[in-house]
Design a protein around this ligand. Structure first.
Ligand SMILES: NC(=O)c1ccc[n+]([C@@H]2O[C@H](COP(=O)([O-])OP(=O)(O)OC[C@H]3O[C@@H](n4cnc5c(N)ncnc54)[C@H](O)[C@@H]3O)[C@@H](O)[C@H]2O)c1
Length: 263
């Protein structure tokens, strides 16, 4: 069970990786999709493949957020599910982090996640409940296990941003419960996407390692014995988007093969 009731979904960072895998999964489940990304070409291609609507939007730009959030309301008169997923990273020793780099990562991963959530919640609050549900809408963020344990020591701004996403997910859950809007987030582990290719390059360069060495070290010892795929995350997003999770709010769900157990 997931989207068979035709829930409307907006996905940010949908052009590739976890966002694209989730778009494919929710399209299979019968969801009606608005796919958004700063990579306009990538998101157009995926929308054409899946029969969704593409919106080129930079989530750090207020006008882009307004246009993106308006799209499902113009088309369908409502938005049932937000998957607030776009993110960036940079690996650097803590002592080398500049203010510009701090701002770049925090602007996309935390500030934009908040203002996208806020713009969506303002609209969701005024819509009728979803068909067959007592809820008006569902907000789902992508945090990370990096938000729990300080992450890798080479990703200080990223880890801080993801701890912030867990925090604002819970603030939104509290603030919006009376409006019958839920807010939850997923915390993936080491997912084989373009983001990890970048991590592998930057981490490897700092240590003089060859290609895929950082990745091999990171995935060694994962309790479930294999690295994570974007589909592993997409399955949990499908659950959070579905009526089966309607009684959950304020939760941060680790989807990491057991890398981090407990808090
Ligand atoms: N890959 C991992 O191991 C991992 C682990 C934990 C959490 N995450 C999180 O999952 C999410 C998706 O990551 P991914 O691994 O699929 O990465 P990815 O780099 O493959 O995809 C990220 C997408 O976000 C888009 N994006 C970046 N900046 C944007 C902006 N300003 N406006 C709009 N779109 C923008 C990119 O164009 C890209 O399509 C991110 O929030 C990331 O932090 C990833």
């Amino acid at each position: 069970m997931a989207q068979r009731d035709g829930r409307t979904v907006l996905i940010t960072g949908a052009a590739r990786g976890i966002g694209a895998a989730t778009a494919r999964r929710l399209a299979r489940d019968g969801g009606r999709l608005v796919l958004s990304d700063v990579d306009g070409v990538g998101v157009e291609k995926l929308a054409a493949e899946l029969g969704g609507v593409a919106v080129r939007a930079d989530v750090t730009n207020a006008a882009d957020i307004a246009r993106m959030v308006d799209e499902p309301y113009q088309r369908w008169g409502r938005l049932d599910v937000l998957f607030n997923n776009a993110g960036v990273i940079r690996l650097q020793p803590l002592l080398d982090v500049t203010e510009a780099e701090w701002n770049r990562v925090l602007d996309v991963n935390l500030k934009a996640v908040f203002f996208v959530l806020q713009a969506v919640a303002r609209r969701m609050k005024t819509q009728s409940p979803m068909p067959g549900s007592e809820l008006r809408g569902k907000l789902i963020q992508t945090a990370s296990i990096a938000g729990y344990r300080g992450g890798n020591h080479l990703m200080t701004p990223y880890s801080a941003s993801k701890a912030g996403v867990i925090s604002l997910t819970r603030s939104a859950a509290q603030a919006l419960a009376a409006d019958r809007i839920t807010s939850n987030c997923v915390c993936p582990g080491a997912v084989d996407t373009a983001m990890w290719e970048q991590i592998d390059r930057e981490w490897g360069a700092l240590h003089g390692w060859g290609p895929r060495e950082a990745w091999k070290r990171r995935i060694a010892g994962i309790p479930l014995g294999r690295p994570e795929t974007p589909d592993d995350v997409a399955g949990v997003i499908a659950f959070l988007a579905s009526a089966d999770s309607d009684y959950m709010t304020g939760q941060a769900i680790k989807v990491d093969g057991g890398m981090v157990m407990g808090d």
